[in-house]
Every structure is written in structure tokens, then in C-alpha cells.
Design a protein around this ligand. Structure first.
Ligand SMILES: [Zn+2]
Length: 142
């Protein structure tokens, strides 16, 4: 099966917007600009929408006198977005996990900066200075 690659944040954001409700192309661009905080060109968005349509992930309806197109996720498209979001959360979880250490004393999880204490040339990480002290103290009496 052909796989559509979601390689940019604006693509991901487009899918998330479409999964909440159907939208006109220009609405999508405006909301993307708002969400991403930068200029988004139609040359970025429309080829992607076209690709989504080709793969059967969106249906396109023309509405109004100016023949504006409304893009709507199909059932197949919704399933695709679900898969993409599952993958994204797995990536984000592993990114967070790589920043998490466990306290050597109480083994609670520490995100970001931990208390480091060197014991016999080995670095130990702790959630707080009290754990660091308690651990060192225990070590002396073993
Ligand atoms: Zn601790």
C-alpha cells in the first residue's frame, strides 16, 4: 500500500484541523498560520490536499457561488489520521523518556535536571538533594 509521509508540521496540523471538521482551503491556510505562527503558502497546502484526495483520504465538495472547495476527511482518511497521531505520540513519548532519569534512591522519575552526586567516581542521579544525601549516607554504612 502506498504510504503518505507526514514530514512537516503544517501537514500534521492540516490533518488535525480536518479531523475536527471539514474546511475550505483558505480557512485551512488561515488556521495553519494562526496555529504555527508563521506564513503558510497555498503552494504548501494545496498539493498536499490534492494528494490526500488522490489517496481517498479526503472528499472535496464545491459549495457556494464562488465554487469554493470544502475538504472533508473520509472514513479512510480518519483512520489514516488516527495512525499518524498514534505514531506521533510514540515519537514524543520516546523523546520525553530519553530526558527522564530515575532517582537512584527512591527510584521516582525525574524529568530534566536531576541532582547529581559522584560516589566513587560514578555519577548517580537523584530527584532531590535529600535523596542524594540519604543515598550517600546509606552507602557509607554498607
Ligand atoms: Zn528520590
Amino acid at each position: 500500500m502506498e504510504k503518505l509521509k507526514i514530514t512537516t508540521l503544517s501537514r500534521l496540523h492540516t490533518l488535525v484541523l480536518l479531523s475536527s471538521s471539514s474546511r475550505h482551503g483558505y480557512e485551512l491556510i488561515k488556521e495553519l498560520e494562526h496555529g504555527l505562527g508563521k506564513k503558510v503558502s497555498s503552494g504548501e497546502v494545496y498539493p498536499f490536499l490534492k494528494e490526500l484526495k488522490r489517496l481517498g483520504y479526503v472528499s472535496v465538495e464545491s459549495t457556494g457561488e464562488r465554487d469554493m472547495k470544502t475538504y472533508k476527511l473520509t472514513i479512510k482518511g480518519k483512520k489514516f489520521v488516527e495512525d499518524v497521531l498514534n505514531n506521533v505520540s510514540t515519537v514524543i513519548e520516546s523523546m520525553i523518556a530519553s530526558k527522564v532519569t530515575s532517582c537512584a534512591h527512591c527510584s521516582c522519575k525525574v524529568y530534566g535536571k536531576s541532582h547529581v552526586k559522584k560516589i566513587k567516581e560514578k555519577e548517580f542521579h537523584f530527584c532531590c538533594k535529600y535523596c542524594a544525601e540519604a543515598f550517600g549516607f546509606g552507602d557509607c554504612h554498607v
